[in-house]
Design a protein around this ligand. Structure first.
Ligand code: IVH
Length: 685
């Protein structure tokens, strides 16, 4: 499963960079956009490759590596909440051997004569949650976010019956962070989806997505309508109580009214752990919620302390991932969708089949090459796989059941939506419809423009987009920003009252203020996801500069490779796009990047533990901007220089603080030094 690790460091670094980008982008799309670009199994495989590269070449481990981070950036729709203790992730094991290797590492990490007990739990495929209880009262509930800062969803969690507002304990701890998983019970999930299908609405892909969607409803009354529940599986900060074992803590939590799963067992050997794994792999559908593995944890808290953590995960726990679930069904036909960048994606239309609790009718086939590699044909019986995945996948045909008349499938010559030829550029795996005005491409582009990761226009969902296009109110992206001039026509739409129209127009107006990187994402440029869009915005500073940049200038930006450089340049060089940009600019879209310290993706831990002092005036930043930029990276900014000050940022006319710093031997940074620190987390050499 893991590709060979290059021995040459330069080659390893190149591969590491590439994988890091893919993994980061996938996380963002999974957590923030709820639109994962690959299956969980594929993600796990890529992630394991990163780990293998870093094991072979420790020089590749930096605080920026995805292996040192968990989760994804926080959505701005909810207030940020800094967890009292970070919410880490778990390392994975995919086989008995890997599980045993972990147990051996645990044993080696402890004194030889220590007795070892493991707690085995089901791994719930839900949404991680942190519940903060102060003096026994729930004060905050937050999603994991990037592990350090999550989204405050207290109002939403308060609607979940299983979560007690007050703990049933006489002498509750002063502070207790309870860690758990919010899930959507399977039966309710299926009933809800059936009702949605009945009403002609789109069904949720799986319970995890449904839980995440329900939890992140801005209106908690909507969350209340969903039968969400929670299982608790750990704790963070614990003040005013102590336990010797995790199982003891779980017993206490259960008695205090917190939901703790009954399936949890304490065992004394790795053989018994494996028994638990085997039993639940067979019985995974016997529980009322979706599981995707077993989590094994060292029980004694003193032993946990001895074992400690890596940057990403505790050494005292491991997640065994169950093999992905497969089902057989008939592939009725292969159809082609044209996406927002013109990419043609073939997909399988299936005889509906339920896999791991989810009804599946479509499965992606990625591209023609994949279809030929797997040799799947229309009419075949095929295996469908989904491992708590969001995008189900065709594993391959059941060849023994193939009908003699089944023929090899080929990509149609022409776009099924506009009839223009589909082309496969040199070196690309995908075909594309190059017609900028292709009707399906337009619909997808508009829906993407309005989506959360792009301009986040409330009220402009897929159905509204379809209606607006069908009624001739919108013919390209710029027309969205002209809708205000056509308010009367909007009001004439069936079932669109004044409130809906005015909300939409207000949403569109607000979208003009989104930061430049979101505008770039909204343009539907091939390969340009949020990570790269941020790089462009941050390094080039304005739409004009990005537009004018040559491929060489784009490629000179650290992190931008030739493919993206070429795609960006080609997009802006297309006359139809250039015209679109002129129109969008004329309509008031953001054209300048925010200054440092603004909403760029910063590593909130980059300067954790640093105390800095700022003095004097800088050219490129106001004092507040410097402070914001430093604090956004976890640093503390204070007013006076002491021995604990790690560095002083000094501009023009610095005053006595500079003298004090020099006295104490505290490093002094000018503006270039500050920029270096903000970028790298290190003092300039
Ligand atoms: S313990 C220090 N126990 O799986 C990490 N996690 O893949 C503590 N999960 O982030 C996590 N069931 O959100 C733990 N029984 C369980 C779990 C569980 C599901 C989730 C959790 C974690 C993720 C890691």
């Amino acid at each position: 499963m893991v590709a060979a690790v290059p021995t040459d460091l330069a080659e390893a670094r190149r591969r590491h960079d590439e994988l890091s980008r893919t993994v980061r982008d996938a996380r963002y799309r999974y957590y923030v956009l709820s639109d994962p670009p690959m299956t969980d199994a594929e993600f796990d495989a890529l992630f394991q490759q990163l780990v293998a590269l870093e094991d072979a070449h420790p020089a590749l481990v930096t605080s920026n590596s995805p292996t040192q981070q968990v989760g994804a950036p926080v959505d701005t729709a909810f207030a940020p909440f800094r967890h009292l203790q970070p919410m880490l992730s778990l390392d994975n094991a995919f086989s008995r051997e890997e599980l045993e290797a972990w147990a051996q590492r645990v044993e080696r990490g402890l004194h030889a004569d220590d007795r070892l007990a493991y707690v085995c739990e089901l791994k719930i495929d839900g949404v991680a949650i942190n519940l903060v209880y102060r003096d026994g009262v729930l004060t905050t509930a937050a999603t994991r976010g990037d592990g350090t800062v999550g989204e405050d969803v207290t109002a939403q969690v308060a609607t979940i019956d299983a979560v007690p507002y007050r703990l049933a304990a006489d002498d509750p701890p002063a502070v207790l962070e309870v860690r758990g998983e919010v899930y959507y019970p399977l039966e309710a999930f299926e009933a809800m989806n059936a009702a949605r299908i009945e009403r002609g609405e789109e069904a949720f892909m799986n319970p995890r997505n449904a839980a995440s969607g329900a939890l992140r409803q801005k209106d908690p009354e909507v969350t209340r309508q969903r039968p969400l529940s929670v299982w608790c599986h750990g704790f963070g900060v614990l003040e005013g109580a102590s336990f010797a074992t995790y199982s003891g803590a779980l017993d206490w939590m259960r008695a205090a009214g917190l939901p703790v799963a009954d399936e949890t067992r304490v065992v004394g050997s790795v053989e018994e752990v494996w028994d638990f794994v085997e039993r639940w792999t067979t019985a995974r559908h016997d529980v009322a919620y979706e599981i995707d593995g077993v989590v094994v944890k060292v029980d004694a808290l003193a032993q946990r302390e001895e074992l400690g953590f890596t940057a990403r995960a505790p050494r005292w726990a491991i997640a065994y991932k169950m093999p992905p679930v497969e089902q057989e069904t008939t592939l009725e036909r292969i159809e082609v969708n044209i996406g927002r960048t013109g990419k043609a994606t073939p997909y399988a239309v299936l005889e509906p089949v339920v896999v791991a609790g989810t009804r599946i009718t479509y499965a992606t086939l990625h591209n023609e090459i994949q279809i030929h590699a797997k040799d799947v044909r229309e009419g075949d019986r095929v295996m469908i796989r989904r491992a708590g995945d969001v995008i189900p996948e065709v594993v391959g045909p059941v060849l023994t059941k193939r009908q003699p008349e089944a023929t090899v499938w080929h990509m149609p010559a022409d776009c099924p939506f506009c009839g223009q030829p589909l082309v496969r550029p040199e070196g690309e795996a995908h075909h594309f419809c190059e017609n900028v005005d292709c009707p399906n491409r337009l619909l997808e582009s508009l829906a993407h423009l309005a989506s959360r990761g792009a301009l986040d226009i409330e009220g402009l969902g897929e159905q509204s987009v379809e209606l607006l296009v069908a009624k001739g109110l919108v013919g390209d992206l710029a027309d969205v920003f002209r809708l205000a001039e056509r308010r009367d026509e909007l009001l004439a739409l069936e079932k669109w009252g004044t409130k809906r129209v005015d909300n939409l127009l207000a949403g569109i107006e607000a979208a003009k203020q989104r930061p430049l990187e979101r505008v770039l994402v909204a343009l539907n440029i091939r390969h340009l996801g949020p990570t790269y869009a941020k790089l462009l915005a941050r390094h080039l500073g304005s739409l004009d500069a990005i537009r004018a940049a040559t491929p060489e200038q784009l490629e000179a930006i650290e992190g931008i490779g030739p493919t993206i450089a070429a795609a960006v340049h080609a997009w802006f060089a297309t006359p139809r796009n250039a015209q679109l940009i002129d129109e969008l600019v004329g309509l008031g879209i953001t054209t300048e990047a925010e200054r440092a310290g603004g909403d760029v993706d910063v590593d909130a831990e980059l300067l954790a533990g640093w105390t800095l002092v700022v003095t004097g005036t800088l050219e490129g930043f106001t004092r507040d901007e410097v402070k914001d930029a430093l604090e956004a990276r976890g640093a503390k900014v204070t007013g006076s220089v002491s021995k604990r000050t790690r560095a002083v940022v000094a501009g023009e006319s610095p005053g006595s603080k500079l003298a004090k710093a020099e006295d104490l031997g505290v490093p002094v940074l000018d503006e270039t030094g500050l920029r270096h620190l903000l970028e790298t987390g290190e003092l300039p050499a």
